[in-house]
Structures are given as C-alpha cells and as structure tokens.
Write a protein that binds this ligand. Structure first.
Ligand code: NAI
Length: 254
C-alpha cells in the first residue's frame, strides 16, 4: 500500500456520514488529505467526524439538492482549508422499488433532486473554485450503465450522472481538472439493506442471495474497496484519465 498519495490535498466528500463516503474519507485522511465531510444527516455526520478522530477533518451539514447549502459547504471548505483539490461527489438515495408505470411521482422528484441536481450543483459550485490539477469523482452505479427492473428513477438518475461527468470533464480539461465516474455493483451499506427489505420484507437475506447470484465474485463489495478506486482517481496516479466510467462490480455487468 502506497501512503501519502494525497499529501497537502483538500478533499470534499458528500454523503460522508455513512457507507462509501465515510470509508473514502477515512482512506483520504490516511493518505494525508484534509477532508470536509458533507451530509444532511447532522447527527450521524457529527458522529462520523468524531469517529474519524483526525485534526484534518471538518464537517458541514448540508442538503446537496439545495444550491444555498451547496454554496455553504464550498465556502466552509475554502475558509477552513484555503482551496479544493478533490471533490468526491457521492451523496445519493435509492428511492422506492416499483415498476415504472406505478412509480410514485414524489419519490421520482426527490431522486432527481438529490442524485441529478445534487451532483449537478456540486459540479457547478465546486469546479470554479478548484485548484489546477484537481479531480472530481462522481458515484454513479452499474445502474448508470444498464437497467434494473423496479429501479426506474434510480437507473434514470444514475445514467444522468454520466452525462454530467462527461460534460464537466470536457469543460474543465483546459485547467487540468479531471472528472470521472465510478460504477459500483452492490456494496455492503445501508442502501442495499433498504433495497433488500423492499424486495423481500420477510426474508431480506433472500434478496441479498439473489443479487449475489448475479455477481461472478459471489459477494457484495465492501465500502473500502470502492474507496480504493476513488483514491486512485483522486490521486496523481490517474493524471491522464478523465471523462470516463469506471466499473467496480465483481464482474456483474461483464
Ligand atoms: P449510504 O446510504 O450508506 O450513504 C449515503 C449518504 O448520503 C448518507 O449518509 C445520507 O445521509 C447522505 N445523503 C442522502 N441524501 C443527501 C442529501 N440530500 N444531501 C446530503 N447528503 C445526503 O449509501 P452508500 O451506499 O454509501 O451510497 C453512496 C453513493 O453510492 C450513492 O450515490 C449511491 O447511489 C451509490 N451507490 C451505492 C451502491 C450500493 O450498493 N450501496 C451501489 C452503487 C452506487
């Protein structure tokens, strides 16, 4: 394991209170970054910042779907650390499992607000303030590259994130700012627990087994396995990689 891959870098991690965001913040800190954790779950966020037990971590309670709150986490980061080098644009929600024709409109609207508008606003407000040579990583999903019956709004939102990634990469390459997306298959976080319970309230473990049967490596990813890919894309080890989709799914969509 190489250490200090992010020495002197400043990183923002949205959705940092749990799951993939939290695991990635821990890896970024280990590699020498200073980290601003952003999440709308204030209580859990405060606990997460405490658990990371580092002088190099700050947090900002913000809903990524509201531009005033996005502006606030950007300003708080600049005030705390003086610049931004890495932006892990990761916060997202899964919504409801339902056929497209029955999909509840209010849930659709909330998914669009968090997953599409949240990622969009993050790019809009962070990119102009980023240091030359910076890196943006968006957490899409395998659901951003193929369909899953019952997850229509989520699938649509995760495809849209790829579009945002591609345009942001083209528009910022002249400042050597790179933008990429990561596409995990199922990851062992609370999000998969919600999906499993919706698919099978009585036997969520049966839903889990159903997903695992579709994965050649026969298991979910651990959040820190996703964090290792995000670290690669955040660091100078990937300095010629931009505008691309990076699948990490145990072979699920091979
Ligand atoms: P998680 O539920 O453990 O963490 C997501 C975090 O985002 C939570 O702390 C939540 O409070 C926060 N969040 C939700 N809405 C927010 C908002 N409006 N403003 C600020 N923060 C908000 O889920 P996980 O698994 O860590 O998900 C992270 C990203 O990874 C999401 O974009 C998700 O779609 C994506 N993903 C997850 C997969 C999985 O199997 N868990 C697979 C593929 C992608």
């Amino acid at each position: 394991m190489t250490m200090n891959q992010l020495t002197d870098k400043v990183a923002i991690v949205t959705g940092g209170a749990n799951g993939i965001g939290y695991a990635t913040a821990a890896v970024f800190l280990r590699e020498g970054a200073r980290v601003m954790l952003v999440d709308n779950d204030g209580e859990r966020l405060k606990q997460a910042a405490t658990d990371l037990s580092s002088d190099a971590v700050r947090y900002c309670v913000a809903d990524v779907s509201r531009s005033s709150e996005v502006k606030r986490y950007v300003e708080d980061t600049l005030a705390a650390f003086g610049g931004i080098d890495v932006f892990f644009n990761n916060a997202g929600i899964e919504g409801t499992v339902s056929p497209l024709v029955d999909y509840p409109e209010d849930t659709f609207d909330r998914i669009v607000a968090v997953n599409i508008k949240g990622v969009w606003l993050g790019c809009q407000h962070v990119l102009p303030r980023m240091n030359t040579g910076g890196s943006v990583i968006i957490t899409s999903s395998v659901a951003g590259l193929r369909g899953f019956a019952g997850l229509g709004a989520y699938v649509a939102s995760k495809h849209a994130e790829v579009g945002i990634m591609r345009v942001a990469a083209l528009e910022h390459a002249d400042r050597s700012i790179r933008v990429n997306s990561v596409h995990p298959g199922p990851v062992d976080t609370q999000m998969m627990r919600h999906i499993e319970r919706q698919l099978s309230a009585d036997r969520p473990e049966a839903a889990k087994e159903g997903f695992e049967a579709q994965i050649p490596l026969s298991r979910y990813a651990a959040a820190d396995e996703i964090a290792d890919l995000v670290l690669f894309l955040a660091s100078d080890a990937s300095k010629y990689i931009t505008g691309d989709t990076h699948v990490i799914d145990g072979g699920m969509i091979a």
